[in-house]
Design a protein around this ligand. Structure first.
Ligand code: SF4
Length: 431
């Protein structure tokens, strides 16, 4: 608050892009009062925690709930195993804050840095994205058999889920029941990892490093706990990771890249694509195409879906089947599209919604400042990871196949439902 200059950019971004209108300047005792587009007073209760206000704030008056001192304390605690997972959007943006060229992929370096820092294991959230894609394809197939009219709505963005719980509770049954990819990875870290360890260390502290500020709120949700315990204990943003690296004094130039740890790593590019808007649907279609035809779709056939727009749709032919896919980023655009679908003007089978414009590469925890050119550069970096990969599909991931073989059973099986499915609840907005 001391740094706030009352410019109102946070309110504008909240109102115009996110449609949640959460900031109330009157709260600070100032005279500035802003009415929302919904005609209601502004309030905190409907905040989706997307963090776009932080990105818009020119003075740094708004910051996330910083948790890296707690991570450091866990690393120094005895009998504690500290486990990290990081998302692809972090890997291609953290370099910006370390003085590197925008779009530099530090995927290999993150594991090297975190191990030197004291983490016992470093995993990739992209593993959870691969899992999500395969499980989501199974859910899609089941809905197809049921002949559902409304598109399957993705549920990997916690800010979007929060928004839907508040403003469209009647559509909660259309949401995929899956948790976010990092929560899925977190569930495996809690439930499967201990049985693979010989370590005498007892307590696992599970740390997520992400571009997403909403993941901080999500980690505390009761629906994300197992036996009353959160599966992710601490959440750091990309900015916090950069600060940790700077404070550690580690010189990245002196380190060699290191791969993340097995078994939760992603040797395919499908999961990494989820860092950009449209990527989750694109990756899911690859798996749906395979289950419909028994063949792999050429990735270039879906490149038309990569057009840099807030809203995009495409019809994909998969054997005898046609799949109508859509992707939208920014909640105000999602509202417009949802209304079209509800009124019957538009028909889709699968719709991805990401709260942040451009997707997670522009999440609220990413380096600041950001502009349109930078969002494009980060997007391109993610697409380059996919273009240069020799393995594109989640269902083809050897790491994923081994997980199903050794532990999970089959996609949509009993254990998958137990570990990866969640429930959604109508959320009352106080004002
Ligand atoms: Fe988090 Fe990504 Fe959703 Fe933004 S788009 S709120 S970064 S999950």
């Amino acid at each position: 608050p001391a740094k706030c200059i009352l410019c109102g950019r946070c309110v504008r971004i909240c109102e115009e892009i996110m449609r949640t209108c959460s900031f109330d300047f009157a709260y600070r005792g100032n005279e500035l009062k802003i009415a929302t587009t919904l005609g209601k007073p502004l309030n905190y209760s409907n905040c989706t925690s997307c963090g776009q206000c932080l990105i818009a704030c020119p003075t740094g008056a708004l910051i996330e709930h910083v948790q890296f001192p707690e991570v450091e304390a866990s690393i120094h605690a005895p009998d504690t195993l500290v486990v990290a997972q990081y998302s692809p959007a972090v890997a291609i943006a953290v370099g910006e804050q370390l003085g590197m060229r925008p779009g530099t992929d530090l995927g290999g370096m993150i594991a090297a840095v975190l191990r030197r820092y004291g983490f016992d294991f470093v995993f990739e959230s992209a593993f959870g994205s691969d899992l999500l894609i395969v499980e989501q394809a199974t859910i899609f197939e089941e809905r197809l058999k049921e002949g559902r009219d409304f598109p399957l709505l993705t549920s990997s963005c916690p800010a979007w889920v929060h928004f839907l719980e508040q403003y469209y509770p009647e559509l909660l049954s259309e949401l995929s029941p899956l948790k976010s990819p990092h929560q899925m990875t977190g569930a495996l870290i809690r439930e499967w990892l201990p049985s693979m360890l010989e370590s005498g260390k007892k307590e696992i502290v599970s740390v997520l490093i992400t571009s997403c500020t909403a993941a901080k709120t999500e980690a505390r949700k009761v629906e994300m706990t197992r036996g009353g315990v959160p599966v992710i204990d601490l959440v750091l943003t990309t900015r916090e990771l950069a600060r940790m690296i700077k404070l550690s004094g580690l010189d990245l130039e002196q380190l060699e890249p290191e791969p993340p740890d097995a078994p939760f790593y992603s040797p395919v590019s499908a999961g990494k694509l989820t860092g950009v808007a449209g990527g989750e649907v694109e990756a899911t279609v690859r798996t749906l195409y395979h289950s419909a035809t028994g063949k792999e779709i050429s990735p270039s056939k879906l490149h038309r879906f990569r057009i840099h727009k807030s809203m995009r749709t495409m019809l994909v032919k998969a054997g005898q089947r046609e799949i109508s896919i859509g992707s939208v980023s920014g909640l105000s655009h999602a509202v417009a599209l949802l209304e079209e679908i509800k009124s019957g003007k538009r028909k889709l089978d699968l719709l991805e919604v990401m709260a942040c414009p451009g997707g997670c590469i522009n999440g609220g925890g990413q380096p600041i400042p950001v502009d349109e050119a930078l969002i494009r550069t980060r997007t391109k970096a993610i697409y380059e990871l996919d273009n240069s990969s020799s393995l594109h599909s989640a269902h083809g991931s050897p790491a994923l196949k081994k997980s199903y073989q050794d532990f999970l059973g089959e996609p949509g099986g009993k254990l998958s439902v137990d570990l990866f499915h969640t429930t959604f609840t109508k959320r009352e907005v106080l004002l």
